[in-house]
Write a protein of this length. Structure first.
Length: 195
C-alpha cells in the first residue's frame, strides 16, 4: 500500500482529553486523506468499549462527517503497545497501571518511521501540527534540496540545504532564491518559495 500512516495511542477510552483528540482527528480526516495518509488509533481498552466511546466522540464532536472515519485497534493485552513503545515505561509490567501514553508515529509508504511524538497524558495533541509535519515530510521527499524552518506552513519560504552548491541553484531553483547575510559573513541561510 502506497500510503502514509499516522498511528497514535491514547491513555484510555471514555476520558476527556482523548475524546477531544480522537474527535478532532476524525473531523480533520479529509485533510489527512488529501495527503494520502491513513489514521490508525491504538487502544488498550476492549473492542466492545470502542463502540460506545465512538458514539460519545461523535456526540461531543457533531461536525464529524458520516461514519467514524478510522479504525481503533484493540490491544487489551498491551502486546502491541509495548512492542511499539507506546506504553508508560514506569508501569509497563503492571496491567492495572500500564496505560498507553499519547504516542504518535508518522510512517511513510516505504515503512520508515519519519516522526515520533510523545505527549504527556495531561496535554492533547495539535492536529494542525500533525498536518504541518506531514506536509513538510512530503515536500522534502519530493524536493530533497530543501528543508522547512521553524513554524513553516505550506506556502512559506523553505530553506535550501547547505550541501546544494551555488552553481546548481539556477537549475534547481529557476524562480530564484534569497541569501540572508549573517554577522559571521557566512552565507548558509538561503531561502526560496520555488518548490
Amino acid at each position: 500500500m502506497n500510503r502514509w500512516v499516522v498511528l497514535f495511542s491514547h491513555p484510555a477510552d471514555f476520558t476527556p482529553v482523548c475524546t477531544t483528540e480522537l474527535g478532532r482527528l476524525a473531523v480533520h480526516e479529509s485533510h489527512f486523506s488529501k495527503r494520502n495518509t491513513k489514521l490508525l488509533a491504538l487502544s488498550v481498552d476492549q473492542l466492545c468499549d470502542h463502540v460506545d466511546w465512538v458514539n460519545d466522540i461523535k456526540s461531543y464532536c457533531p461536525d464529524i462527517p458520516g461514519d467514524f472515519p478510522y479504525p481503533i485497534v484493540a490491544d487489551p493485552e498491551r502486546k502491541l503497545a509495548v512492542e511499539l513503545g507506546m506504553i508508560d515505561e514506569a508501569a509497563k509490567d503492571d496491567p492495572e497501571r500500564a496505560f498507553t501514553i499519547r504516542a504518535l508515529y508518522i510512517v511513510s509508504p516505504d515503512h520508515r518511521l519519519r516522526l515520533s511524538m510523545h505527549y504527556p497524558t495531561s496535554t492533547g495533541r495539535n492536529v494542525d501540527e500533525i498536518l504541518r509535519v506531514i506536509d513538510s515530510l512530503q515536500l522534502v521527499d519530493r524536493k530533497p534540496q530543501v528543508v522547512t524552518p521553524a513554524n513553516w506552513t505550506p506556502g512559506d519560504k523553505v530553506m535550501i540545504v547547505p550541501s546544494v552548491k551555488e552553481e546548481d541553484i539556477p537549475e534547481l531553483f529557476p524562480k530564484g532564491i534569497e541569501r540572508v547575510l549573517m554577522p559571521s559573513g557566512k552565507v548558509y541561510v538561503r531561502t526560496t518559495t520555488d518548490y
